[in-house]
Design a protein around this ligand. Structure first.
Ligand code: FE2
Ligand code: FE2
Length: 432
């Protein structure tokens, strides 16, 4: 377990995975130009992989692709081909692409608002950040000054952030490819979003080279497990992931602008424009949700909305409180930072989700803090080693306590929210 890593984008739903399969199990074949994925000398030259192999067969209603790799792949020389996996590590996702095609078929779905998607496409095609991700000699010089634990924590931050960005790239790239015939406009938006995520991941991977490291992303594509989410869960999870990513980037950017002495590494200077990419991605998912009102307008949608909010917020809070050293190194108080991000993300999310959590109630943070304590206990039992049976017995009450705290947070009185046609004056309100 990566006990001191930091994910920039926290919406990885780590604790609440649905189904997991390795790339070879799903048969997701390797991109043919996997080496090109690992690292390029500049963000603009970051190469996207070719489409995944699609020798497909249908099993249990889920598209399964035939396995392609005959021999075990190896990471390229000098690059890291694995990341420290834990329940809280950013994941790679796959979905039911057949259902996605049905959702975005204009003959089947009358709710698709062509005009809105065409204008979103124009936004993405404008490519505002085409020349933004350019490095300077400042990067390497700043990295060389980082030593000891701070250096280690920065590397972990870069690795996890790179994995999270790359996860977005993989999913969007495949959706762009699969929806091309059914809905070319939506497909093109996905492809352009994968361009953005490739740039982000490439920029982070290039930053790792300042620390004499690199992730072999092509290798990870082939070997890492993929978490399966049905389309509606992809929408909830990805919307939240993009919006929480936006709030994290912009909060760090604004903080460091006010406290330039804490600017330990210049990647944060890039966050202002970078976060606008994430904001646009989130707005696109908001439009997708509006075009699928069945995912927003009933009691199940309300429960799922709260569930995904909870999973994303808890994942981020647990991740970050295990890595306070990183936030402290740039002058932030981890808990304050996280609560600010959670509250802002929740307010944004309330504009589209039918229900959100009452995160501004002090009891919510108190519950999060109790989860942190239980998580610490859980980790220390696991780290203690020794007899497996004894360890499991010790874990039972801790896991039960964890589950009960989670349930308590989930069952807190929710905030009734969301509307597909609300005005800008919308304010969510508590339900009774
Ligand atoms: Fe991104
Ligand atoms: Fe994004």
């Amino acid at each position: 377990m990566a006990s001191s890593t930091v994910a920039l984008r926290a919406g990885s739903l780590a604790s609440f995975q649905v189904v997991e399969r390795s790339a070879s199990q799903t048969g997701r074949s390797a991109p043919c130009c996997s080496r090109a994925l690992a690292l390029k000398s500049s963000a603009s030259s970051f190469a996207a992989p070719a489409s995944f192999g699609v020798a497909a067969s249908k099993r249990n209603g889920v598209m399964m692709m035939a396995a392609a790799a005959a021999e075990a792949p190896k990471p390229r020389k000098g690059a890291k081909g694995e990341i420290d996996e834990s329940l809280l590590t950013p994941r790679f996702y796959t979905t039911d692409f057949d259902e996605m095609e049905q959702l975005f078929n204009k003959e089947i779905n009358p709710n698709l608002n062509d005009e809105e998607f065409v204008s979103l496409l124009q936004e993405f095609a404008a490519d505002y950040n085409q020349t933004h991700f350019v490095r300077s000699s400042e990067f390497k010089a700043a990295a060389d000054k980082l030593e000891g634990p701070t250096r280690k924590i920065f590397v972990e931050f870069l690795e996890r952030s790179c994995t999270a960005e790359f996860s977005g790239f993989l999913l969007y790239k495949e959706l762009g490819r699969r929806l091309k015939k059914t809905n070319p406009v939506i497909a093109e938006i996905f492809t352009l979003m994968s361009r953005d995520e490739a740039r982000h991941a490439g920029f982070l991977n290039k930053a790792l080279s300042d620390f004499n490291l690199a992730l072999d992303l092509g290798f990870l594509t082939k070997t890492r497990k993929y978490t399966f989410f049905k389309p509606k869960f992809i929408f909830y999870a990805t919307y939240l992931s993009e919006k929480i990513g936006y709030w994290r980037y912009i909060t760090i950017y604004r903080h460091l602008k006010e406290n330039p002495d804490k600017q330990l590494y210049p990647i944060f200077k890039k966050f202002e424009n970078w976060c606008q990419d994430e904001n646009r991605h989130g707005d696109f998912f908001s439009a997708l949700l509006k075009s699928t009102p069945q995912f927003l307008n009933d009691w199940k949608a309300k429960l799922w909305s709260r569930f995904f909010c909870l999973s994303v917020y808890v994942t981020m809070y647990l991740n970050d409180t295990q890595r306070t050293g990183f936030y402290e190194s740039i002058g932030l108080n981890t808990r304050d930072f996280d609560m600010h991000v959670i509250i802002e993300t929740n307010r944004t999310t309330a504009r589209i989700f039918p229900a959100v959590l009452d995160v501004e109630n002090p009891k919510f943070q108190q519950g999060l803090d109790r989860l942190c304590i239980l998580n610490e206990k859980l980790l220390s039992i696991k780290r203690s080693g020794g007899n497996q049976f004894v360890q499991n017995v010790k874990l039972i009450p801790v896991i039960a306590g964890f589950a009960s705290e989670l349930l308590g947070l989930f069952l807190m009185r929710p905030v009734e929210a969301g509307s597909t046609d609300m005005g800008s004056s919308f304010e969510p309100s508590l339900t009774y």
